[in-house]
Write a protein that binds this ligand. Sequence first.
Ligand SMILES: [Zn+2]
Length: 335
Amino acid sequence: MSGKSTITVSIRFYEELNDFLKKSRRKIRFTRIYRHNTSLKDCIESCGVPHTEVDLILVNGISADFDQLINGGDDISVYPVFESFDISGVTRLMGRPLRDLRFVADVHLGALAKKLRLLGFDTEFSNDASTEALLESVRGEKRVLLSRNRKLLMRRVVNRGLFIRSNDPEKQCVEVVRRFDLTRSIKPFTRCMACNSHLAPTPKEKVLPRLEPLTKKYFFEFSGCTGCGNVYWKGSHYGKLEAFLERVRMSNDPKEIMKIRVDCYSGYRGEETPRRFWLEERLVEIKQIVDRWLDPEHRYFKVLGDDNSTYILRHDSTTFVWELTFYQREKNQLR
Ligand SMILES: [Zn+2]
């Protein structure tokens, strides 16, 4: 495309969003040519990144939403969902978590669906669900779509979804718990792993005819599925399940926002700009200010330290306190 009907923008994807890009476009700002009247959603997805993975878009340093149309010369920065990263003052595209988060898993994620049910999360799954059926669950029941299919997540009706990265069901489960901050909402053994219905305590007499002799002898507490009638008890698999739950909980320890000491110089437009900072006793020299932005109460600086880790430092404009709100070690950084 060329000529009067097209415009050129510069675009940069951050952190794990780079996974979706062609190798030559990773970790750098690149230019792209589009037709007039292209939305940010279409612009971002044409690079391979589903909109469900994006939490923040800055156009020329100002937050924007997916429907905004691009203009020639725009500088577009696209950020993933940050863990423990408070950007409440800017437009957070994915909104606040739904009060009762409900999921629908695509046909390849049956093992994940079972694990989420085990944690007590309402997760619809059928191994022969059509695309239309999945999208109807998203639209009609406001379910969050879990999928490894990028094209599916790019559908406009999918306003909440998660691209599942791992092949391993346990790691997939951790991805979901982390992204939606679900550790405190885990209610294990309350939902049927087979059919997703609620479990209810069931008197032993009622299930007696269905039990093996040893189960009859050694177990006293039973739960029955209100949907399919399956019976559950704390049998030989229970220890394994408890261990799994503990691993999921441990993997999601919330990171605390950390107060830090920062040394500044008078930089860009005379603003105080961080030059180095201390993490406990450790001094980190700032090699590069990667990006910066503002909300009503804070200034944010995304910086690259001399340890090649990425940090986001936040300065409170009222209390003048500096905090570390995001940190990523070199090995995980921008694969
Ligand atoms: Zn059931």
